[in-house]
Design a protein around this ligand. Structure first.
Ligand code: DC
Length: 223
C-alpha cells in the first residue's frame, strides 16, 4: 500500500487540496480531523468541558466512531448516526482542538487511522500523520499559509455555507488553534522529518492543487 501524509495548520486548504490530489491519483482520501471533531461533538453534546481530561476520558467508552467510504467519499458516524455535516460547525473546531490535546483521545483514534492505511492507498490529512500515525509514509507534505490567508479562506467558506461570522473572530480562532495544536505535549503539529513544505499563501486554489499534484506524482513516480 502507498500512503501520502499531509499535515499543516487549520485552514491551509488541506482537505480541499488533499481530496483533489486523492481523486487525481485514485487513492482514498482520509480526513483525520473529522475523527477529533466527532469526539468534540459528543463531548459538547454531553455538556462536558472539552479541555478537561477528567471529564472527557470517561466519555470515550460511550463513543463508537466509524469511518465509511461511499464512492471513496468519507462519511463519519457517531454511535450509528451520520454526523458528517454536524462536525463542520465552527463551534466544533475548537472543541476538536481541545480534545485532541488529551492523550487518551489520540490513543482512542489511533488504530482507526493506522488500519485504514494498511488496507487502502491513502492520502491522509491531519496534524501528526507524517510524524506519528504514518511515519513511513511514501510522501510527506506540510501544507501551510499565512494566518490571514487561512482565516480569509475559512471566512469565505463559512459565509458560502450561510454561517454568519466576522473575519476578526475567524482570525482569532485560527491563531488560537495554531497555538493549541502546536503547543500541546503530545503529537504537536510540526514539520515531520522528510516532509516537503508547500506554502500556499496568495495562491488561487487551482495553483495550489496543481503544485501538490505535481509534487505527489513526482515523489510517487506516477506519470
Ligand atoms: O483538520 P481539522 O481542522 O478538521 O481538525 C480539527 C482539530 O483536530 C484540529 O484543531 C487539531 C485536531 N487534529 C489533530 O490533533 N490531529 C489530526 N491528525 C487531525 C486533527
Amino acid at each position: 500500500m502507498k500512503a501520502v501524509a499531509i499535515d499543516g495548520p487549520a485552514g491551509a486548504g488541506k482537505s480541499t487540496i488533499s481530496r483533489k490530489v486523492a481523486q487525481e491519483i485514485g487513492f482514498v482520501y482520509v480526513d483525520t480531523g473529522a475523527l477529533y471533531r466527532t469526539v468534540g461533538l459528543y463531548v459538547i453534546g454531553k455538556g462536558a468541558d472539552t479541555k478537561s481530561a477528567d471529564e472527557v476520558v470517561p466519555l470515550l467508552s460511550e463513543i463508537s466512531v466509524e469511518m465509511k467510504f461511499v464512492n471513496k467519499v468519507q462519511k463519519i458516524f457517531l454511535n450509528g448516526e451520520d454526523v458528517s455535516d454536524k462536525i463542520r460547525l465552527p463551534e466544533i473546531s475548537m472543541a476538536a482542538s481541545d480534545v485532541s490535546a488529551i492523550p487518551a483521545v489520540r490513543e482512542f483514534l489511533f488504530d482507526m487511522q493506522r488500519s485504514i492505511a494498511l488496507k487502502e492507498n491513502v492520502v491522509m490529512d491531519g496534524r501528526d500523520i507524517g510524524s506519528v500515525v504514518l511515519p513511513n509514509a511514501d510522501v510527506k507534505i506540510f501544507l501551510t499559509a499565512s494566518p490571514e490567508d487561512r482565516a480569509r479562506r475559512r471566512y469565505e467558506e463559512l459565509l458560502s455555507k450561510g454561517v454568519e461570522v466576522d473575519y476578526d473572530t475567524v482570525l482569532e480562532d485560527v491563531k488560537q488553534r495554531d497555538y493549541n495544536d502546536s503547543h500541546r505535549k503530545i503529537a504537536p503539529l510540526c514539520v515531520a522529518e522528510g516532509a516537503v513544505v508547500i506554502d500556499t499563501t496568495g495562491n488561487e486554489l487551482e495553483k495550489s492543487v496543481s503544485i501538490m499534484v505535481d509534487t505527489v506524482k513526482k515523489l510517487l513516480n506516477i506519470k
